[in-house]
Design a protein around this ligand. Structure first.
Ligand SMILES: Cc1cc2nc3c(=O)[nH]c(=O)nc-3n(C[C@H](O)[C@H](O)[C@H](O)COP(=O)(O)OP(=O)(O)OC[C@H]3O[C@@H](n4cnc5c(N)ncnc54)[C@H](O)[C@@H]3O)c2cc1C
Ligand SMILES: NC(=O)c1ccc[n+]([C@@H]2O[C@H](COP(=O)([O-])OP(=O)(O)OC[C@H]3O[C@@H](n4cnc5c(N)ncnc54)[C@H](OP(=O)(O)O)[C@@H]3O)[C@@H](O)[C@H]2O)c1
Length: 447
């Protein structure tokens, strides 16, 4: 651990996505020494491995910001280290090294399955895994994904839009159907994201789908015309299309099972039709009708949001890692303090921020703000502590030294970035990413 000096207070930040990087930067700027630990070799999290691959300008802008933050001499970076029950070090082990506080900004790495029959069939995937795959994050980049010709994507948020974009422009498959348990007025994707593939919308089928649902939706006070207008408003400025993929929506349909063939390959998605009914107070209730239908598809992607990773060793709540409902160090009325609801106790010195605090919630700017707020909660906590006598730096260095695999520090990351830039320039590409850890680590070892 060349860049962390020995003595005084050290904070561990677990996860170097936008939340962790900006939290670590805030702490470092306030004079706290930070060990920033990251599962992935390179920092950036979903900003590097989630944002759609062709958004080069946005991603490079974010990398520039990350580079500036990570330059701070108080901040040491350790990539290729996983914290958790199945990781290189448990959270408890990390705490025992004497860190004055631990801030968890590990994103939402859990896979949110619904527990439906057929989830294990070939061709059934969670969006996160596919997103990591096409964004070249090892080891997802190295895993095979069987993508067929007719895909159902469950959910109608921006992640659905990214997956549809990839299936249409990269895989150029025959048909993509976005399956929504609610109506056209409840889509969550933005017009801008839809414009990336709206040319592939089968407008005739879309109009027929609205006509099918109009009586029920109108009876439940849903404004079908407004919803139609929003979706079709993406068409005039939609990007040109390079594929014949037909894109469509199946509204008011909730997945209940996937059915496979004798080889374990998915061949149909079973959905239950849903309906809106009006409650006496005028509010709308979503209900299953009991009527089911089979959609003949060979690929099913769940784009329904992510959950946090229980193996990190912290209790969970409905939205992320559990937060102290009565925070001692609230920021903007939000709690950043980890909590054990079963014992009814806060977990002193452990904080959560970003998508670890609220899974699948918001854009990079939201994660940046949440990371900084989390750092402020940590600073307020540190202000209540007596001076630290722990030799955390030495304990951490001892741990890193005994690891049986390489660890990636700031200087190594810069070498990787330089090597990627050189390859991109040599091949005339806007960007190049190493798609395996073995490649990256071999390059560093060779140097
Ligand atoms: C498909 C997709 C596309 C998106 N596109 C956009 C977009 O175009 N524009 C936009 O503004 N926002 C976009 N977002 C949202 C944005 O990516 C998130 O808001 C943001 O990245 C969340 O930041 P985070 O730091 O909380 O988590 P993450 O970005 O997920 O970072 C978590 C970090 O923690 C590390 N980690 C995980 N587990 C461990 C562990 N056990 N030990 C150590 N380290 C660990 C990971 O390696 C990772 O580096 C997108 C999100 C998705 C899913
Ligand atoms: N380009 C971008 O800017 C970009 C790209 C990707 C992601 N993001 C951001 O990342 C965050 C997460 O995006 P997201 O798309 O994962 O989440 P999201 O916007 O919350 O959308 C999730 C979708 O899944 C559906 N869903 C959830 N649980 C379901 C269930 N049990 N059964 C059926 N459907 C279910 C939701 O339907 P209901 O409405 O019925 O719950 C919703 O349509 C968002 O803030 C998003 O804006 C941004």
């Amino acid at each position: 651990m060349s860049d962390v000096q020995q003595d005084g207070r050290v904070v561990a930040v677990v996860g170097a996505g936008p939340a962790g990087i900006f939290a670590a930067g805030e702490l470092a700027q306030q004079g706290v020494r930070v060990v920033l630990i990251n599962r992935d070799v390179k920092p950036g999290g979903l900003a590097e491995y989630g944002i759609y691959p062709t958004k080069y300008k946005m991603k490079e802008g974010l990398r520039d910001q990350f580079r500036k933050v990570l330059e701070h001499p108080n901040l040491a970076y350790y990539g290729n280290i996983t914290i958790g029950e199945q990781g290189d070090l448990t959270l408890k082990g990390l705490q025992e090294m004497g860190f004055s506080a631990v801030l968890i900004t590990a994103g939402a790495q859990g896979t949110k399955w619904l527990g439906l029959p057929g989830e294990g069939l070939t061709g059934v995937y969670h969006a996160k895994d596919l997103v990591y795959h096409y964004n070249s994050l090892p080891p997802f980049s190295e895993r095979p994904f069987a993508i067929g010709q007719r895909a159902a994507v469950i959910g109608v948020g921006n992640v659905m839009a990214d997956i549809a974009h990839w299936l249409i422009h990269d895989k150029k498959i025959e048909q993509v159907t976005a399956v929504a348990r609610r109506g056209p007025g409840d889509v969550k994707f933005t017009k801008k994201e839809f414009q990336g593939f709206a040319r592939n919308l089968d407008v005739t089928a879309f109009e027929a789908e609205l006509a099918r649902l109009r009586p029920m939706l109108t009876a439940a006070n849903q404004d079908v015309d407004k919803a139609r207008e929003f979706i079709l408003s993406a068409l005039p400025k939609a990007d040109p299309s390079d594929s014949d993929t037909r894109f469509g929506f199946r509204f008011m349909a909730s997945p209940v099972a996937m059915h496979g063939d004798a080889n374990g390959q998915v061949q149909a998605l079973e959905v239950e039709e849903t309906a809106f009914t009006l409650r006496p107070d005028g509010s709308v209730k979503l209900q299953g009708t009991g009527q089911t239908h089979l959609l003949e598809v060979d690929t099913v992607v769940f784009a329904i949001g992510d959950s946090v990773d229980a193996q990190l060793g912290l209790p969970l709540d409905y939205s992320g890692f559990a937060k102290n409902p009565h925070p001692q160090f609230p920021i903007e009325e939000a709690s950043y303090e980890a909590y054990d609801a079963q014992k009814g106790e806060a977990l002193p010195g452990i904080f959560v921020a970003g998508w670890s605090r609220e899974a699948s919630s918001g854009l990079v700017g939201v994660a940046r703000k949440d990371g900084r707020n989390g750092a402020q909660a940590v600073l307020n906590y540190l202000a209540t502590l007596p001076p630290s006598a722990a030799n955390t730096a030495e304990a951490w260095q001892g741990f890193v030294a005994q690891l049986s695999h390489p660890v990636v520090e700031k200087a190594d990351w810069k070498k990787l970035e330089a090597a990627e830039a050189e390859i991109a320039s040599g091949r005339g590409l806007p960007e190049y990413k190493f798609a395996s850890n073995a490649e990256m680590l071999a390059l560093l070892e060779a140097e």
